[in-house]
Design a protein around this ligand. Structure first.
Ligand code: KIV
Length: 291
């Protein structure tokens, strides 16, 4: 591991002059710019939970979500319900140390916003003050509209989340995708209600292609899909799922790498070299200064 404690913001740029000639300079993504991207080039979004991953993702992503899926993919929880404000703040702070250009959004964990708009404001303000993130995300449709209105009226940008809502898994009886035609209108109404309440964008999770198309056409804010087809204004995946570092693979996850295999291989080779006294060899050993 490197002993450098801060993330170099420039490490991705080998020759700044050459890069500026060939690539348009990326500006810091703002909430109004994100909303204005509706219907344009698809928005690229990913989760990140550590500073260095945020630094890597930031090179491409328009938005980085510090999602409560961190409870499952980082902390080994069976679902997201046990995630606390302290988890979100600690990972939010780490991500903010690595991100430079992308819009950083932090999820409101289960139990931190449902009770009342006032409780939601207190917790959302804490996420923003203690992490430095720009916006919060919360799960819920029409029932959360008054809370979204309360937050946005007081300076807190909100990304909403409709369709499959993992925090409602106990009432839904599991992680259930929305695929029945008679459920479609309810989800469209949810998306319209959160837009009307002031949400700047909405995550649409686990819905059939036709419903994703209907929602995207019915709202003026960007729809960010996860398991919601190409019919959305942007896409998001959980980073650990996408790089092959988490064993559960839902239908909608495409693995763009197999990090688990690479890590297992590295641990195996290290172990056998330690056991054979091959590591550390001379190359990895301090010599006396007078040698
Ligand atoms: O927590 C999370 O990772 C999320 C995404 C599934 C959008 O909410």
């Amino acid at each position: 591991m490197s002993t450098t404690s801060t993330i170099s913001k420039k490490s991705a740029v080998a020759d700044p002059e050459q890069v500026s000639e060939t690539m348009p300079k990326r500006k810091k993504m703002t909430v109004p710019a994100f909303t204005a991207a509706k219907g344009g080039k698809p928005l690229v979004c990913l989760t990140a939970y550590t500073a260095h991953v945020a630094h890597i993702v930031d090179e491409q992503a328009d938005m980085i979500l510090v999602g409560d899926s961190l409870g499952m993919v980082i902390h080994g929880m069976p679902n997201t319900l046990g995630v606390t404000m302290e988890h979100m703040i600690m990972h939010g702070q780490a991500v903010m140390r690595g991100a430079e250009k992308a819009l950083v959004v932090v999820d409101m964990p289960f139990g931190s916003f449902e009770e009342s708009p006032e409780v939601a404001f207190r917790n959302a303000a804490r996420l923003i003050k203690e992490t430095g993130c720009t916006a919060v995300k919360l799960e819920g449709g029409r029932e959360m509209a008054p809370t979204i209105r309360h937050l946005t009226n007081r300076g807190i940008p909100v990304m909403a989340h409709v369709g499959l809502m993992p925090q409602q898994m106990n009432t839904a009886g599991g992680f259930k995708a929305v695929r029945e035609k008679d459920q479609f209108d309810e989800v469209v109404k949810d998306a319209q209600a959160v837009e009307e309440a002031g949400a700047f964008s909405v995550v649409v999770e686990g819905v059939a292609v036709r419903l994703a198309n209907k929602i995207t056409k019915s709202v003026g804010i960007p729809t960010i899909g996860i398991g919601a087809s190409v019919e959305c204004d942007g896409q998001i995946l959980v980073f650990e799922d996408m790089i092959g570092l988490f064993p559960r693979v839902p239908t909608f996850v495409k693995r763009y790498g197999n990090m688990e295999e690479m890590m297992r291989d590295a641990v195996e080779r290290y172990s056998s070299e330690v056991r054979a006294r091959k590591f550390p060899s001379d190359d990895y050993t301090y010599k006396m200064k007078t040698d």
